[in-house]
Design a protein around this ligand. Structure first.
Ligand code: SF4
Length: 368
């Protein structure tokens, strides 16, 4: 396997470089480039050209490399398809927003959770990502942002927000982070320590692994927690999210609110709005009628939470449809009438297949 220098300790990197007949200080220079997310050796301009070429033949910089990069038409969202050393692929999304630059990272290659509306789980779980593999996604996004700033041909709109580094992280890409808790916690600790990203600017999203949320409670860092709820009853939730057969809705919410109240944080509730075509071809709402809104409001009544409504993003392999704009607003209005804080999540990068797992799935189909 090609050595991945990012995975080396400082001592290992130093040995590697001195064995190439180079002075030790070259290892320090290379480490600085690696920590900045250098995608290859050619960018390491303070190294002699011969050394760069030699390294390129025998090693790679990061534990993942970008195999495809898509830009949304509004120039604000960049989606990366990345490949790991063993050929597994993952997705990562960089969003330039008015409040800063946010990166959505994957925690697993694939997912075992089997949510019926999701593309990421269609090929099953391949493996957990290491802490380094999750962390390197942020570095690649950071490199892209710095490239934005030096590329005078590519001046993006949205002013100051694009002049900074990564400011927010959401662990909401492919995979269930609480099935890979140790590496995800290692990643969060490192993002906080090495990149200075505050706990409150990091959000972990789970489909509701109660044992994992209990581990977060013990870990006691004040990050944001988001629960993928998507249904207001056990019966409906079990139909679209098999994990609900193990962890029932009320126990998920009770544990999640225990976590968020411990840190005086607002709990994020993720709610994908699903519809489907019936036998006569008419659109039927699956989880977003006014009755569903009433049931959801009853569950969340008096709790410190924000419901993020996410109109379904088409996944060809899934038998759902997006509800109409009217249906979305009716659902939201009903929740608001019950005093529930809610917002409709702006669809970012729709034109580049921003529904989690779509790019990876397409790439796997092309390979097959
Ligand atoms: S929604 Fe999340 S937990 Fe569910 S299958 Fe997709 S990636 Fe896994």
């Amino acid at each position: 396997m090609t050595p991945i220098l990012f995975n080396f300790t400082d001592a290992e990197l130093s040995d590697f470089i001195t064995e190439m007949g180079q002075p030790k200080f070259r290892a320090k220079q290379i480490r600085e480039w690696l920590n900045r997310g250098a995608p290859d050796f050619s960018v390491m301009k303070n190294l002699p050209e011969k050394l760069r070429n030699d390294l390129d033949k025998i090693a790679q910089t990061l534990p993942l490399r970008v195999v495809k990069k898509l830009e949304s038409s509004d120039d604000q969202t960049t989606k990366f398809l990345m490949e790991l050393y063993d050929g597994e692929q993952i997705e990562c999304v960089l969003m330039r927003t008015s409040y800063g630059n946010s990166v959505c990272v994957s925690s697993q290659a694939g997912c075992a959770m089997g949510c019926k509306f999701c593309a990421s789980t269609l090929l099953g779980l391949r493996r957990n990502l290491t802490t380094n593999e999750i962390f390197a996604q942020v570095l690649i996004a950071q490199w892209e942002l710095r490239r934005d700033r030096t590329d005078t041909q590519s001046v993006r709109p949205n002013g100051d927000a694009n002049n900074g580094d990564v400011s927010h992280i959401v662990i909401m890409g492919t995979g269930e982070p609480l099935q890979n808790t140790e590496n995800v916690i290692g990643f969060i600790e490192r993002a906080n320590r090495d990149l200075g990203i505050g706990w409150r600017r990091i959000t972990l999203s789970t489909c509701g692994i109660v044992d994992g949320i209990r581990e977060l409670i013990k870990w006691a860092r004040p990050i944001n927690l988001a629960i993928s709820l998507h249904a207001p009853t056990d019966e409906l939730r079990s139909q679209i999210m098999p994990i609900n057969n193990k962890y029932k809705l009320q126990s998920v919410l009770d544990t999640a609110f225990e976590f968020s109240s411990l840190h005086n944080r607002q709990l994020m509730i993720e709610y994908i709005l699903l519809a489907r075509r019936n036998a006569s071809g008419d659109i039927e709402l699956v989880n977003c009628t006014t009755e569903h809104a009433d049931l959801l409001a009853k569950l969340l009544n008096g709790k410190n939470c924000m419901v993020n409504l996410i109109p379904w993003n088409t996944v060809d392999e899934r038998n759902f449809a997006a509800p109409s704009g009217n249906a979305v607003h009716r659902f939201q209005d009903r929740l608001i009438s019950h005093g529930i804080h809610t917002r409709i999540r702006r669809e970012r990068g729709n034109d580049i297949g921003s529904a989690c797992g779509q790019l990876r799935l397409k790439s796997a189909k092309n390979k097959a």
